[in-house]
Design a protein around this ligand. Structure first.
Ligand code: IDP
Length: 161
């Protein structure tokens, strides 16, 4: 049964999610993880860390000319973050939908940002915005040995019988 359900295209897609320092401070880690679990996605990596300036500079390299870049790095470096890798069909796009608009004022109720945050400079969570970016971000944040290969027992119920 595992081999047939694993043939669904893109079922091994992965994305990087990080609860930012404000989300950790506000004790939202559990509720955030619960949304991904109840949706049916599979957790394949999880750790708490204090992100270094070097890691953050690489992670946000594409934003390094933005006026908010210095304060963004200070914010992300201000305390521990919880980084995770979630796996499943279409997980990158579905996660962006779960997370909501970058600006919480635009994020719909029901999304993580829309339910738990107010201002763009403290929007509690990061999620990769494309499959290619996700691959690069996972490689940046996690060692291969920190990523688990495992089969969820409910795989067939989540995808197909
Ligand atoms: P994303 O996190 O939704 O992918 P990006 O545009 O990649 O959005 O921006 C990365 C992060 O930079 C945002 O999540 C937010 O924390 C911060 N940021 C983006 N735009 C602004 C801004 O105009 N003011 C302050 N912080 C911002």
């Amino acid at each position: 049964a595992l081999s047939s359900t694993s043939n669904i295209p893109g079922v091994r897609e992965r994305t990087l999610v990080a609860v930012k320092p404000d989300g950790v401070q506000r004790r939202l880690v559990g509720q955030i993880i619960q949304r991904f679990e109840t949706r049916g996605f599979k957790l394949v990596g999880l750790k708490m860390l204090q992100a270094s300036e070097d890691l953050l500079a690489q992670h946000y390299a594409s934003l390094n000319r933005k006026p908010f870049y210095p304060s963004l790095l200070r914010y992300m470096n201000s305390g521990p973050v919880v980084a995770m890798v979630w796996e499943g069909h279409n997980v990158v796009k579905s996660t962006r939908m779960l997370v909501g608009d970058t600006n919480p004022a635009e994020a719909k109720p029901g999304t993580i940002r829309g339910d738990f945050s107010i201002h763009i400079s403290r929007n509690i969570i990061h999620a990769s915005d494309s499959v290619e970016v996700a691959q690069a971000e996972i490689a940046l944040w996690f060692r291969r040995s920190e990523l688990m290969e495992w089969e969820c027992c409910d795989h067939g119920s989540v995808y197909q019988l």
